[in-house]
Design a protein around this ligand. Structure first.
Ligand code: ADP
Ligand code: MG
Length: 697
């Protein structure tokens, strides 16, 4: 293996864990490999593929990723090819011929290719050396990046056996890992879950109310030693806002999926080249971006999953030098995240109602929607979830049928799981143990010894850079003293109860109260313990406060000398006022995006629940207006596209997006990206064709 590594791949040595993984795969073991981005997972299928001889089939979710890998392998002198919808028939035919002739080392396909009738049987005509499934977490609806096409793998891979399977991902919780193993039917797999500890990133988590965050970010990044930096914001509007603010002081710019691709590329290039020192981005930024010297990663709001958060934090300090990751959040972030969750996962009752509307006879989705009578977003979310869990079938010509009746348990479990993931994020942020240790445990890295990192705000409170502190005032001191008194009577009271008892009547909000508790923990007077109970199948998490011995004897002098976080003190009013003014002048689109997270898609602001019914509410015998005509044309195109790809039409583009397209009539790729529901990947897949349909009508 060492010889293959140096001679054929040109690497001097294996990276950590690569050799052990390669050994298992060369020996024909099914393998699950979970290592962070950049760890070198590709080599773990490439080298064994070459060593075993014959063709390795690689399944990868994106054409761009496939093209990139094929190019790299070809440059190293391997015989690598691919079959996907972006290539000509002649090309595919030639690749098939070479495959049958045993003339390929690597054949790349996207998972949906396995849905093409006869294709798996064609592949089965020759034994494969190895099957590699990249981004394997996409198979699991427990994960944060579920792709329905991946579900085909479980069904179609068995005829390609007995070749061993290696499943690779950078981001899988233990439950997702289990799901991958089950769905791919891996046989007694070797599991390698490694390398999640980063020893040069100090994580710092700060409670600060939303209105004070921008100012703090500017303040932090004014120090050149903290740059280059990536700042993650939850929405496009917030990204633009903070981007402008920073750009007034520093070489900084915004980056998000709503910007024209040209501008985005420019920003990215400038950042990679060092001309821009700060990039303010939604989570759309960073995929495949490798900039070694990022000193600081800041999150200006609570992330929605620890997996995503870890990926983003991991972009700091790739060069191994000391770096910091700073997360700003407050109690208020809970509400927004919960709102997004409810939006994406409707009440089970809504799904039940929809399920009962379905029959064994295929019915056009539109008729169903009209009959169902709920707002479009809600209908769409409910149908999609039913479909994922098998309660509805949606054919590629957009006909809906009733599916099996076992969808409910699995949907309820998924929704509960998402809520729990969210709780894990809150628990992580509000916890008071080593941050890096908590992340490493989350990924189930068993080879890690769990030692404290020595860098984070829990391990090294003295090193904190984002915290700002002040002495408590008289009211705060008396509230803290009261908390201590309450705990002396009833040690282990919940923080919610303490808030009600000690703070509520005294014009102290929950945020301020949490700051007091935080100061008392740092001062060693109390400790906070996470606890939970189960009610109606839901895990409810809460926290208890317990007295430390110092707290038992602390009086006004000690409590008065505690350091309270001063972040956000008094900032609320002025910032709010300017924000309100600004938003009046902004168009409704910006207002919509204000609360819409970059991903998962299709979330909307609470106040904007106006259901945009189809314009076809006009009399049926009136001629269709122009938008409506274009909408119908787009629908016809979508139907053809869905059939070609063997997916339900709403997976191509939703009705809402088609309608927005028909109204906005974009004429360039840049305009296209302004339409909600169209991000870079949809634009890449369908952009040209959509623009063509619009231009022709
Ligand atoms: P992952 O898929 O885990 O994110 P990749 O497989 O794309 O990571 O590898 C990241 C980079 O590391 C690639 O540029 C690859 O060429 C390089 N790399 C992988 N293994 C080695 C090695 N043993 N020695 C040097 N470079 C390596
Ligand atoms: Mg990879």
């Amino acid at each position: 293996m060492k010889k293959v590594l140096t001679k054929r791949f040109g690497f001097a040595a294996f990276r950590p864990f690569q050799e052990a993984v390669c050994e298992a795969v060369v020996a024909g073991q099914d393998t699950l490999l979970v290592m962070p981005t950049g760890a070198g997972k590709s080599l773990c299928y490439q080298l064994p593929g070459i060593a075993r001889g014959g063709t390795t089939l690689v399944i990868s979710p994106l054409i761009a990723l496939i093209e990139d890998q094929v190019e790299k392998l070809a440059a190293m002198g391997f015989r690598a090819e691919r079959i996907h919808s972006g290539l000509t028939r002649e090309h595919s035919r030639e690749v098939c011929r070479r495959y049958l002739a045993g003339d390929l080392d690597f054949l790349f396909i996207a998972p949906e290719r396995l849905a093409v009738a006869g294709f798996p049987e064609f592949l089965a005509r020759r034994p494969l050396a190895l099957i590699a499934v990249d981004e394997a977490h996409c198979i699991s609806h427990w994960g944060h990046d579920f792709r329905p096409e991946y579900r085909l793998l479980g069904e179609r891979l068995p005829i390609l056996r007995p070749a061993p399977i290696i499943a690779m991902t950078a981001t899988a919780t233990t439950l997702v890992q289990e799901d991958i193993v089950q769905q791919l039917a891996l046989r007694d797999p070797q599991r390698f879950i490694h390398g999640f500890r980063r020893t040069n990133i100090g994580i710092e988590i700060v409670q600060v109310q939303p209105t004070a965050r921008n100012e703090l970010v500017v303040d932090l990044l004014t120090d050149p030693a903290r740059r280059p930096a990536i700042v993650y914001c939850p929405t496009r509007a917030k990204t633009d806002e903070l981007g402008r603010l920073l750009a007034a002081n520093l070489p900084a710019a915004a980056y998000h999926a709503g910007m024209p691709p040209k501008d985005r590329d420019e920003v990215q290039t400038a950042f990679l080249g060092g001309r821009l020192q700060v990039i303010v981005a939604t989570i759309a930024f960073g995929m495949g971006v490798d900039k070694a010297d990022v000193r600081t990663v800041i999150h200006t709001a609570m992330p929605s999953s620890l997996e995503g958060y870890y990926q983003e934090v991991g972009r700091a300090g790739r060069d191994g030098k000391p770096s910091r990751a700073i997360l700003l959040h407050s109690y208020a972030d809970r509400h927004l995240q919960k709102f997004f969750l409810e939006k994406a996962y409707p009440e089970v009752g809504v799904l039940k109602d929809l399920y009962l509307e379905l029959g064994p006879q295929p019915e056009p989705r539109e008729l169903l929607q009209e009959r169902f009578g709920k707002p479009e977003d809600e209908f769409q979310a409910a149908l999609e979830k039913l479909w994922i869990h098998g309660g509805a079938g949606v054919s590629s010509d957009d006909l809906v049928t009733r599916g099996h009746d076992r969808w409910q348990a699995s949907y309820v479990m998924q929704k509960k799981y998402r809520a729990e993931q969210l709780e894990l994020v809150f628990g992580f942020a509000e916890g008071n143990q080593c941050r890096m240790g908590a992340l490493v445990r989350h990924f189930g890295d068993k080879s890690d010894d769990g030692h404290p990192c020595g860098l984070c705000d829990c391990c090294a409170p003295g090193e904190v850079v984002a915290g700002r502190f002040r002495a408590p005032d008289a009211k705060e001191t008396s509230v803290m003293l009261e908390v201590l008194e309450k705990l002396k009577l009833r040690n282990g009271a919940t923080t919610g109860q303490l808030f009600t008892d000690c703070a509520e009547g005294r014009r102290l909000d929950r945020n301020q109260f949490e700051k007091l508790l935080d100061a008392m923990v740092r001062g060693g007077l109390i400790s906070l313990l996470d606890d939970s109970f189960v009610r109606e199948g839901h895990t409810i998490r809460f926290r208890r406060a317990e007295l430390e011995s110092q707290g038992r004897h602390a009086g006004a002098a000690i409590v008065g000398s505690l350091e309270l976080s001063s972040l956000g003190d008094g900032a609320a009013k002025p910032v709010k006022a300017t924000k309100a003014r600004a938003s009046v002048s902004r168009r409704s689109r910006a207002a919509k995006e204000e609360a819409a997270p970059e991903a998962p898609p299709a979330a909307e602001k609470p106040t904007k629940t106006k259901a945009r019914g189809r314009k076809a509410a006009v009399q049926p015998d009136q001629p269709l207006d122009q938008d409506e005509q274009l909408f119908e044309k787009l629908r016809a195109w979508r139907l053809a596209e869905a059939k070609r790809r063997h997916i339900p039409p709403f997976q191509v583009l939703t009705d809402r997006t088609l309608r927005d397209l028909a109204t906005a009539r974009p004429s360039s790729l840049e305009d296209l990206l302004q339409v909600s529901g169209i991000g870079p990947s949809k634009a890449q897949k369908y952009g040209d064709k959509v623009l063509q349909v619009i231009a022709e009508n």
